[in-house]
Design a protein around this ligand. Structure first.
Ligand code: AMP
Ligand code: GLY
Length: 430
């Protein structure tokens, strides 16, 4: 089969890399891809945000390429209705329709959906204007979380620990300074305490198959300090959650979400990512994503032993059935090497050295923001490379990923040194 992957980051590189390993795949295309992906797939240059103004054009491209399956990496194409456009042409797509993508594209939609279906989440108030927001600021008598309604590439959420900060963030959101139009409507919510877990499942509209839980590291600096990023690293380990808690998450969160969608007339086919806080009162939903996590997917797919193309094809055709996946034993870790200044402003075009040396010690480097000229790679984004390794234990995976990362160099490069530390410190699952 021919598979088209949409996107240009580390997640898409991991998808392309794994899909290519399927015996039934004859060709992989990627739109637009990146310099690393270009070594493993046929990339079709495109200005994705511009192309999404009319997703029908991308769907036409899928027809032209003869894609038997389209796998959509990022949320924006799904929110723009790419799955709908592909389905309208009779094509197969792993990724939900626009109506379902609202779960990620609008925090207000997601929170109201959660409340409607009595799915555990933080208490919240939807604010369309300053007066409602100011009245709600003190509602929980402590820290407050401010969330822009719209898509903001991970930058639309601020946890404000004291009232002055909360007021300043409120101003920045409502004035459009923080994330533009996405922040004109906001959600204020109570701050939850606990550990965060990324719980992803594949579903074909009926069957639900959970993937191994992962933990992301969103803050830029060690010990979860500093501003949030798109994700600085992740690890994948069966021992993050106990069997009891995994079951509880399926029963209290995943099934009610998919049932709720179905009751509202939406059949969901793709990956459902539940961003959870494991609180003292049990797991609660922080956010939904309607696609694979980045960088969770890099760690996850490095352990996935199955046939990803066939699996995603069965997601798209409603034939996932009782699939059970096989995983490399142990654990895997992805550390993201970033440009100096990221998540703020950063320079690009810095030559990268050590990629082969890092891979020689057993890691796989998934490219996020790189360019290539005459066989040499240079930086081309904030998140540059996802160094990914596995081991028979989490400790050996961590050792191996940092061995590999130490071989890599570009001017200004920074990365977190504590990816998976919470997992190492945990004596038993959450
Ligand atoms: P979101 O995009 O809604 O997942 O928010 C981004 C990040 O902000 C989450 O991964 C959490 O680290 C943090 N966050 C969001 N909502 C809350 C909350 N209610 N309590 C504590 N932290 C939160
Ligand atoms: N790693 C978080 C996300 O993909 O949204």
């Amino acid at each position: 089969m021919k598979v088209l992957v949409i996107g240009s980051g580390g997640r898409e590189h991991a998808l392309v890399w794994k899909i290519r390993q399927s015996p039934s795949v004859e060709q992989v295309f990627c739109v637009p891809g990146n310099a690393g992906i270009a070594r493993e797939a046929s990339c079709k240059p495109a200005d994705l945000p511009a192309a999404l103004k009319d997703p029908r054009q991308l769907a036409d491209l899928a027809v032209e390429l003869g894609a038997d399956l389209t796998v959509v990496g990022p949320e924006a194409p799904l929110a723009a209705g790419l799955a709908d456009a592909l389905l309208a042409r009779g094509l197969r797509v792993a990724g939900p329709v626009q109506a379902a993508a609202q779960l990620e594209a609008s925090k207000i939609f997601a929170k109201q959906f959660l409340r409607r279906h009595r799915i555990p989440t933080a208490d919240f108030v939807v604010c369309d204007d300053r007066a409602t927001a100011e009245a709600a600021l003190g509602r929980w008598g402590g820290p407050v979380v401010l969330k822009a309604d719209g898509l903001a590439a991970g930058k639309g959420v601020v946890v404000a620990s004291e009232p002055l900060q909360a007021r300043a963030v409120l101003d920045a959101l409502l004035s459009g300074r923080l994330v533009g139009e996405a922040g004109r409507r906001i959600v204020l919510e109570e701050k939850l305490d606990g550990e965060e877990v990324s719980f992803q499942v594949l579903t074909d509209g009926q069957a639900v198959v959970p993937l191994v839980p992962t933990q992301d590291h969103k803050a830029v600096w060690d010990d979860d300090l500093g501003p949030n990023t798109g994700g600085m690293g992740a690890y994948c380990d069966d021992r993050i959650l106990s069997e009891y808690l995994s079951r509880n998450i399926l029963d209290e969160i995943v099934y009610p979400t998919l049932d709720g969608l179905r009751d509202e007339g939406i059949v969901y086919r793709g990956v459902l990512y539940c961003g959870l806080m494991i609180t003292a009162d049990g797991p609660k939903v922080l956010e939904y994503n309607v696609r694979f996590g980045d960088p969770e997917t890099q760690a996850l797919l490095y352990r996935f032993r199955g046939d990803l193309a066939e699996t995603l094809l069965s997601v798209s055709t409603g034939t996932l059935g009782t699939a059970k996946f096989d995983w490399e034993p142990g654990a895997s870790v992805c550390v993201v090497a970033c440009s100096g200044g990221y998540p703020g402003e950063y320079a690009t075009g810095k030559p990268i050295t050590g990629i082969e040396a890092a891979e020689a010690v057993g890691a796989k480097l998934f490219h996020s923001g790189t360019s290539e000229r005459n066989g040499c790679f240079a930086t081309a984004g904030g998140r540059v490379l996802g160094v990914t390794a596995r081991g028979s234990t989490l400790a050996t995976a961590v050792q191996s990923v940092y061995d590999a990362t130490s071989k890599l160099h570009f001017e200004g490069m920074h990365y977190r040194r504590d990816i998976a530390r919470k997992g190492l410190a945990r004596s038993r699952p959450l």
